[in-house]
Design a protein. Structure first.
Lengths: 604, 313
């Protein structure tokens, strides 16, 4: 008695552990779903899975758990509470009133919910498929594969079909999940079918079939959706069961969901899998090679030099589990060295009635020998379930023309004459007695210098252009330049006359030109083109001293006399004339006035 | 006063002579050590002990004050003998660098061995399913020539000739603007047409110099900057994993075959970001990539020096 009392679950004490169980609704119809929430609050103890009682006539599925933690700080100190919430979807299979018991193990001790939730279920038991009904569908006769549902009682019929119910190991079975419905609610697959002991690949579903196809079932119109297509390859012999899926229908009214969702289960399917026949099975046969296959081999080039590599591509294509079909063992390759084959990702064709596709293996072959080498046919053995016989697919042999190369590396398999293998062909190290070395010199044209030198060019050009522009803007004007030119010309004439003093050649013409230029320069532009007498008169008007004018006239006359009369005279005389001209022109009045003068029209 | 200054001068001159003698003696002694270690490596190579030869030659390389194409070549060949294609490529490339001034014999042998190593690396890349950099193409040669000193000199000289030509041209124009004067010896002045012809020649020259300077200089500058910013490097390890970022926890983007030529884009805390000529990028560990313009990475293996042997009891 005492033991019974100890073992019996205790109501959860509010201060330590609190277990509450709440139903989302108190009343539902048969087949409708209702959520049960179990919340366990502890001060940090370990919480086990809740045990639910009174749910024999329910389909129960877990919808996950959530956890939370809270810390309260008060007068009594710091209190830490952790909460774990379990959610279940309950789907009643028959009407009645049900009381749901909830027990949870916390720290090894069973705790009961503070209250037992009650659920009232109305409606008839035939409204929903039962577990027992689905179980009766598990056995699938070979002739019934791909059959149609019979009864139009339910608004949603979850109807999985296969294309065959008896197959060999590795043989392809195409599974299709059809949903027949005449409901206005939204459908969702809550539980996917299970494919234990099958290798499965998703196949594409035609959009037309996915959307809807109208069919009659006992004169009741249904929309038929094809939702899932899978290619299945059984991996072991015996009876393999494909687990039935579950679909939920949710109705919506004007103001949101119209009641809890209804759940519909699909049937399980049993597939009879036979082992592959032993008779005629090739040696080393791989059990995944079931279907219909072809094999082809190709190389990237057929002419090469000795020591070079060629890439061999082997393509296996066909209908079957192409992802598991392996490259068969290669035949003996004489004169060729092969490396490990590398498979590419299989290319699957998922839109066809059955799974088909191709896979390419590439491997590198190095030609060790020269001459004509042959890659023999590569053979792939497979079992064709249609003919129920073992077949062999073979590629065509490939011929390679290998040109001899005296520098080619010999095969590492066949050692070289000196036993040094493939390293023989490298030029040996110099390894001389004296190590030749150099001290690297820093070249004059470093990168920095190049940048400085190169960037200086546009800088210099730019500065020159800017200087020219400034000179044009702020430099001497035309008159100043003309004055400078006149001065330069006078200086030139004077120097030429000085140079001609000793020789006499051209002395007097230079001296005359110099004096006339000076006279016109002093007279101004009006003096241009005047005769000598008039020019001197004009100079007199301009305030020139009579003495200077006499000296000028005398010197010009002397020049004329020398040029057109007696000749060049002697050196002393020329020096004297030159000195007199210099003395005359040294006076400030004879300098070129601002504004310049035109000496080009000097009177003769 | 004068005497003390003379004494100080004598003392500093003496000190300089002593220092010079010491430094030359130390250089000679160092050269002897390098030759000894190199000879020890030669002995190991003759005996077929490539690992031993590498150990000695790497030590010799470390102590060598300058560069030696011969030593780089020997090291590259020894690594090729051991099948370490990344390091073989690295040393053979170094042997061919212009600053080592390789002789004809060394250059030819290095090129040949580099070709063999490259061929083996290509096969290895196929086997390992790894990426390998493309072989150098004409474009790489063009870039190398553009970044070279010859183009640098050519563009620089062209630039300054352009300046000179423009100055001559300006002087000619000034002269053309002046009236023609008879020559002092009485001969007739040069006709204006003749001077205009000379002007056209200088204008054409200026155009040519300007084109060479602007185009050649621009390309040289770009190529030089690219070489400076993204120096060439070689993948040393047999397989170098390039990752998405600088960290061993980050996913591998591709696997690089040892001996691949890459450009270094960035360096960060033991990782370098590299780019293949095809444009693929990734981060690799710094020790698995060696820049060709940098000094040789120090080896952790130490050869036993003759001096070490003498000091060992």
């Amino acid at each position: 008695m005492a033991a019974t009392l100890v073992a019996a679950p205790r109501p959860a004490a509010a201060a330590e552990v609190e277990v509450t169980a709440v139903l989302a609704r108190a009343q539902v119809e048969v087949g409708q779903q209702v959520y049960l929430q179990v919340e366990v609050e502890t001060d940090g103890g370990s919480i086990g899975q809740p045990q639910l009682s009174g749910l024999d006539d329910f389909d129960v599925s877990s919808r996950g758990t959530s956890s939370g933690m809270s810390v309260q700080i008060g007068g009594g100190g710091r209190v830490q509470r952790s909460t774990k919430t379990f959610t279940y979807a309950l789907s009643p299979r028959k009407p009645g009133e049900f009381v749901i018991g909830v027990e949870v193990e916390v720290d090894g001790e069973l705790r009961r919910a503070s209250s037992k939730p009650k659920l009232k279920v109305s409606g008839s038991a035939a409204a929903a498929p039962t577990e027992t009904e689905t179980e009766t569908e598990t056995e699938l006769h070979a002739g019934k594969a791909g059959d149609l549902p019979t009864s139009p009682d339910a608004e949603v019929i979850v109807w999985p079909v296969v294309d065959k119910a008896e197959v060999f190991i590795g043989e392809q079975v195409v599974y299709e999940l059809q949903i027949w419905e005449r409901t206005s609610g939204n459908l969702s697959i809550t539980s996917a079918p299970t494919f234990k002991d099958f290798w499965s690949e998703n196949l594409q579903v035609d959009n037309a079939r996915r959307n809807a196809e109208r069919k009659l079932l006992g004169n009741v119109p249904y929309r038929v959706h094809s939702t899932i297509r899978r290619a299945l390859f059984p991996q072991k012999a015996g009876t393999l069961v494909i687990g039935g899926p579950r679909v939920e229908a949710q109705h919506f009214g004007l103001f949101g969901p119209g009641g809890p969702p209804r759940s519909f289960a699909g049937r399980n399917l049993a597939i009879e899998v036979k082992p592959l026949p032993a008779a005629g099975q090739p040696r080393g046969f791989r059990p995944s090679n079931v279907g219909r296959f072809e094999i082809a081999a190709d190389v990237d080039r057929t002419t090469l030099r000795q020591g070079e590599a060629v890439r061999l591509s082997v393509r296996i294509a066909g209908t079957g589990n192409i992802a598991l079909v392996e490259l068969p063992s290669l035949p003996e390759l004489e004169g060729l060295r092969s490396y490990e084959p590398k498979p590419r990702t299989p290319q699957l064709e998922l839109g066809k009635a059955e799974l088909s596709g191709s896979r390419i293996y590439t491997l590198l072959l190095v030609a060790d020998q020269a001459g004509e080498l042959t890659i023999p046919a590569i053979e792939l053995a497979y079992f064709d379930p249609k003919t129920q016989r073992y077949e062999v697919a073979a590629s065509k042999p490939i011929h390679l023309q290998v040109d001899a190369d005296p520098n080619a590396e010999p095969s590492p398999v066949a050692p070289a004459a000196d036993g040094n293998g493939e390293t023989e062909l490298l030029v040996p190290p110099i390894a001389g007695g004296e190590l030749v070395r150099v001290t690297p010199r820093e070249p004059w044209l470093t990168r920095e210098r190049w940048w400085v030198g190169a960037l200086s060019v546009p800088a210099v050009l730019g500065l020159g252009w800017a200087g020219g522009a400034l000179l044009r803007r702020f430099g001497p004007d035309d008159l100043a330049r003309e004055r400078a030119r006149d001065l330069a010309r006078r200086r030139m004439l004077l120097s030429e006359a000085s140079a001609a003093v000793d020789g006499g050649e051209g002395f007097y013409p230079k001296l005359a030109a110099l004096l006339q230029a000076a006279a016109i320069g002093r007279a101004g532009p009006e003096g241009v083109g005047l005769t000598r007498e008039r020019l001197i008169a004009l100079l007199a008007e301009r305030g020139a001293a009579q003495q200077e004018l006499d000296e000028l006239r005398e010197l010009l006359d002397a020049c004329d006399a020398a040029r057109f009369g007696a000749g060049r005279g002697d050196t002393e005389q020329r020096r004297e004339h030159l000195e007199r001209a210099r003395t005359l022109l040294r006076g400030a009045a004879w300098s070129i006035p601002r504004g310049g003068s035109d000496t080009r029209g000097v009177a003769r | 006063m004068k005497r003390s200054r003379s004494f100080a001068r004598t003392r500093s001159a003496g000190l300089a002579i002593v220092l010079a003698i010491m430094s030359s003696w130390s250089g000679a002694a160092r050269a002897d050590v390098v030759d000894d270690i190199y000879a020890a490596g030669n002995q190991a190579a003759l005996a077929g002990d490539w690992a031993g030869a590498i150990e000695h030659w790497e030590r010799a390389l470390e102590l060598l004050p300058g560069r030696s194409a011969q030593l780089d070549y020997d090291l590259g060949t020894a690594y090729a003998q051991l099948g370490e294609l990344g390091r073989a490529t690295y040393y053979l490339q170094r042997a061919l660098q212009p600053e080592t001034r390789p002789g004809v014999e060394v250059a030819e042998a290095a090129r040949r061995n580099l070709g063999i190593v490259r061929h083996r690396a290509e096969v290895q890349a196929e086997v390992n399913d790894a990426r390998i950099s493309d072989e150098e193409r004409w474009w790489d040669l063009v870039v190398a020539v553009l970044a070279g000193r010859t183009v640098g000199w050519l563009t620089l000289v062209s630039g300054w000739l352009l300046v000179a030509t423009i100055m001559i041209r300006l002087a000619q124009r000034r002269r053309l603007a002046q009236p023609a004067r008879p020559a002092p010896d009485g001969r007739a002045a040069r006709p204006r047409q003749h001077r205009a012809g000379t002007g056209r020649i200088t204008a054409a020259l200026a155009l040519v110099f300007a084109l060479v300077f602007v185009i050649g200089g621009g390309l040289h500058g770009i190529a030089m900057k690219a070489a400076d910013d993204h120096p060439d490097a070689i993948a040393l390890d047999s397989l170098v994993e390039l990752r998405e970022g600088p960290g061993a926890h980050l996913p591998v983007t591709l696997r690089l075959q040892g001996g691949s030529r890459v450009r270094v884009l960035d360096e960060r805390s033991g990782w370098v970001r590299v780019r293949l000529p095809a444009g693929l990028e990734g981060w690799a560990r710094r020790e698995s990539i060696a820049r060709l313009d940098a000094p040789v990475m120090r080896s952790s293996v130490r050869a036993k020096l003759p001096s070490d042997a003498a000091s060992t009891p």
